[in-house]
Design a protein. Sequence first.
Length: 360
Amino acid sequence: MKRLQVQSSVGNYEVLVGRGAWRELGGLTGFTSAFVLTEGNLWKTWGSQFKRRTGWARLQPIVVPPGETSKSLTMAGRVAAELLNRGADRRSFLVALGGGVVGDLGGFVASTYMRGIAYAQAPTTVLAQVDSAIGGKTAVNIRAAKNLVGTFYAPRLVASDPTVLGSLSLRAFRSGLYEAVKHSILAGPALFDWLDGKLAGLRPHDTAMLEALVGRAAAVKVGVVSRDEREADLRRILNLGHTYGHALEEATAYRRFLHGEAVAWGVLLVTRLAEIVGLLDPGEGKRISRLVRSVGPLPPIRGLREEKILRLLPRDKKAVGGKIHWVLPENIGKVRVTPDVPPAAVSAAFREVQRGVWNG
């Protein structure tokens, strides 16, 4: 079991990675009632095991539909109403058992229900285990704007058991691996080189390997958020690939790309952008591109209108005064956050990657 400590202004908490992590949730006591926010199929597959491992026989499930549409103020209101109907009070406890959507929604509800109740994250996807469940960011979407309304609210515990990843589809599994690749670009050669050659044949049931991968990738996120809890500066580096990625998601109404797939395209696009503006050596760009593409095939970006993507970029919630703070790789292990990127370079990078002129 790997134990990672997150330093938070509202209370430190642990991120546990390993087989048996769910049992640690049972050590959280002193609550009047306990609820789990999850999805129907996930609860059907893992619910009995989750209750048995946590020891919470009276755990009450609240089920939401799968997909990005559940990350809304409307759904948050429905979940809060369900908590109220079932007698949840200020000393109740909520566990988010699911991927990024359930984790973000559950954290948001916990942070706002009766002005805040205790909660924990039990992430069930690679993406959530290495990234979204860590750091205390909660959010819902407004119309097509991703994560526009949210809070910073620390969980009591993040319990990541890699065994649960075995039920993922290959596509959802690979989507999370792209976030691990992103972390390796930030972390440097030790993690990047370790991943190189391991991703192509990796499958959801490779539990031992996934335990090591999730632990190492999660440690990158823990290190960053512990030093910059509320995105003052350093935490921005975690947005590598997300500016283009969010625009791709929004342009396709969240129907063509899973989040990790959009981030993968975003990483490729900013890698080419960094080359164009002279920050990144093409040899390093080729290595980044090769590792991203080794995970598996991506849904195509051909057919997307360049003008629409460029128009959506400044709507990213991390833009300040309409200026985008780009996260650009300078080499493996170092990125630069800068608003000073020529629009022509942004257009050229998208055009070249979309048309296959640049493949790294």
